[in-house]
Design a protein around this ligand. Structure first.
Ligand SMILES: [Zn+2]
Ligand SMILES: [Zn+2]
Length: 331
């Protein structure tokens, strides 16, 4: 019996009778992180890393049965040992290590190897089989140093401010927004947030992450938006919501901005290459660090990565999962 295999509902451990990040409701779901394509509602019970729990609660509702574990702590489920390890993706994100009779699988969830002050750094976990995401599994995806990207955002914001314009930066509400808030120079001007972003900011603050002061955009208040920075989820783009800000410059912070033409397709004025996923080099170094002889790849550009790993002598295959191909589940 394989320790973990793909079923209609998701990655399944038959011996332990649990699922990891299932896309259909199941009895027992172990969750790598709270992005909506990994943490879906309807399961009877959830197990996640403790820092993930408040966000899971916000998204899955008051009635969801959520149990927590700490990084590195071992839980035994029907004789199978399970532990969670930092994935460096967003607050509380984890790789899940599954061990039975000496055989070890690690399910990466989403991860990155670049620094992020909102979460613990990615921790290499040695295993026989590594189930890795591959969202940006093409050599063209190479991230610039994040410090450089934050300077670009600062310069763009300053230039807009000096022209009396409002800067609207589209960022995924969970993870990316908070990383941006800690990366930029908050002294440039006022920062306002879409409700979806501010709800997550509140949880991060309650968890001890010191974010700069932000103001929730509300319908009633008449603010002077000139010179301000507005953080909003990509879904707010081209909605009535953005109309109220008058003369604006728009930007999008995402790994997708690495590709020529992506900015125009998103119809924003500026693209900033900033991702909460590993780039090609990050994926390769994480896979190497796992020491795994077998690598199963989920979401994204898996076929180029399969070829690359096969050439290195690894047993590499694609797993047809139902995680969103868009970064952070399109949030
Ligand atoms: Zn994902
Ligand atoms: Zn994610």
């Amino acid at each position: 019996m394989e320790l973990l295999k793909l079923s209609d509902s998701g990655l399944y451990c038959e011996i332990g009778n649990f699922f990891i990040d299932p896309w259909r409701p199941v009895d027992r779901a172990l969750i790598t992180h709270a992005h909506s394509d990994h943490a879906r509602p309807g399961s009877r019970s959830y197990l996640c890393q403790a820092d993930s729990a408040p966000i899971m609660r916000l998204r899955l509702g008051e009635d969801a049965r959520i149990e927590t574990t700490s990084y590195g702590e071992t839980t035994t489920i029907n004789g199978v040992s399970v532990s969670f390890h930092p994935a460096g993706h967003i607050m509380g994100s984890a790789q899940i290590r599954v061990e039975y009779k000496g055989e070890v699988f690690v399910v990466s969830g989403d991860y990155k190897t670049d620094p992020d002050p909102t979460c613990l750094p990615f921790e290499p976990v040695v295993c026989h089989t590594f189930i890795s995401e591959s969202t940006f599994g093409l050599p063209v995806y190479q991230w610039p140093e994040s410090k450089r990207v934050f300077s670009e955002i600062n310069r763009w914001w300053c230039a807009n401010r000096d022209q009396g314009k409002t800067s609207i930066l589209f960022v995924y509400s969970l993870g990316k927004a908070q990383r941006v808030l800690l990366g930029i120079d908050a002294s440039i001007g006022a920062i306002h947030t879409h409700g979806a972003v501010e709800n997550i900011n509140e949880i991060y603050r309650e968890s001890g992450v010191t974010l700069p002061v932000t103001h929730r955009v509300s319908g009633e208040r008449k603010d002077d938006w000139r010179g301000a920075l507005i953080l909003a989820p990509p879904s707010a783009h081209q909605s009535a919501w953005v109309k109220k800000f008058g003369s604006v410059s728009t930007g999008f912070a995402s790994g997708w901005m690495r590709i020529r033409g992506a900015r125009r397709r998103r119809s924003v004025d500026r693209g900033f290459v900033l991702s909460d996923h590993a780039d090609w080099r990050g994926l390769n170094s994480a896979i190497e660090g796992s020491g795994a002889a077998t690598v199963l790849l989920t979401h994204g550009y898996t076929s180029a990565m399969v070829r690359n790993l096969t050439e290195k002598g690894l047993d590499a295959r694609t797993l047809a999962t139902e995680y969103a191909a868009d970064e952070n589940g399109g949030e």
